[in-house]
Design a binder for this molecule. Structure first.
Ligand code: ZN
Length: 313
């Protein structure tokens, strides 16, 4: 989150959103200030952070203006940290900046209405937020170019190694999660690819961790040694590297670390989404099928062209 190119006030607000620490009516109650927890804007429900930022009527009308939002913000039960992760995963950093900018403006408007009795229309909230983010970008445009460190294309592993790219996709409405795994050698040749439906509804973090776990399973089945697992989930990579078995994915991380110990040489690394296109497509595909599919020594033929040419020289 600290790489986001947004004004400091929005950055601080984003952090407080993450920590569920903005003073909504509900949070005031939790901290011991006895006020009516019902939302004063709509009188329709307890004012939690989710309510104030996403579900309250003004807020939800503002979000409807986001035509090309990479995920569906409404109608799922993700909290703000999960939504932010999923936006980053399905969309771009720019989308996440927009998300926090608009969230900040919604909260600002809520305070204007409550404390100064002068809110503005939904369209104005949206417009003001987008302008704020764009203006800030223009002023800082030069800086960002220097901040890019990771490559945005896939590169084959060193001779004798295999790269296992993995990715997870959270369910579409009523569906299941999906996992994608692709194994390539140092000549960028396909060794295997897999689309694996992951029955049940899991969080982004769980799905990403499960994808790494399935990558390890496939490596074992293929009998490979010398493996580099690549995931675009920073949280998962950091948890595995630190052997951090706390939290909801702790049990999965534990399994992954054990697998790692059984390989002759193995490591995990974090990569950009743009260098993980094939695994991404395989994971998306897995959400649409009910049984897992595996390909050996060939590219799945339904893969779209940009993904097929990833890493091809
Ligand atoms: Zn409300």
């Amino acid at each position: 989150m600290w790489h986001l190119n947004i004004p400091a006030k929005v950055r601080i607000f984003a952090w407080r959103l993450y920590m569920d620490a903005i003073p909504t009516m509900l949070n005031l109650n939790i901290t011991g200030i006895h006020v009516n927890p019902i939302c004063l804007l709509c009188n329709d429900g307890v004012e939690s952070v989710d309510h104030a930022i996403l579900k309250c009527n003004i807020a939800s009308n503002v979000w409807k203006m986001w035509d090309d939002c990479p995920i569906s913000l409404m109608g799922n039960n993700m909290d703000i940290p999960d939504l932010a992760l999923e936006i980053m995963h399905q969309g771009t950093q720019r989308d996440l900046e927009k998300f926090f900018g608009v969230a900040w403006r919604i909260w600002y408007n809520r305070n204007q209405v409550l404390f100064e009795a002068n809110g503005i229309s939904e369209a104005h909230i949206w417009g003001a937020a987008i302008r704020m983010i764009e203006d800030f970008k223009d002023a800082n445009g030069l800086k960002i170019n220097h901040m890019r460190d990771k490559k945005d294309y896939w590169e084959p592993p060193p001779v004798g190694f295999y790269t296992i790219n993995v990715d997870g996709a959270i369910p579409l409405a009523n569906g299941h999660s999906g996992i994608g795994v692709v194994v390539r050698d140092s000549d960028s040749r396909f060794v295997a690819a897999m689309s694996l439906p992951h029955q049940g509804r899991y969080s982004v973090e769980e799905t990403e961790a499960a994808a790494v776990e399935q990558g390890c399973v496939l490596v074992k089945e293929l009998g490979l040694e010398g493996v580099i697992i690549e995931s675009d989930s920073l949280l998962t990579v950091q948890a595995v590297e630190a052997n951090d078995v706390r939290g909801v994915v702790g049990h999965i991380v534990k399994g992954i670390v054990q697998s790692f110990c059984s390989f002759q040489e193995s490591k995990i690394r974090h990569i950009n989404r743009t260098s993980n296109k094939i695994a991404h497509e395989l994971a998306q595909h897995a959400r649409r099928i009910s049984e897992s599919v595996m390909w050996r020594m060939e590219i799945p033929d339904y893969l779209p062209e940009p993904a097929r040419s990833e890493g091809a020289s």
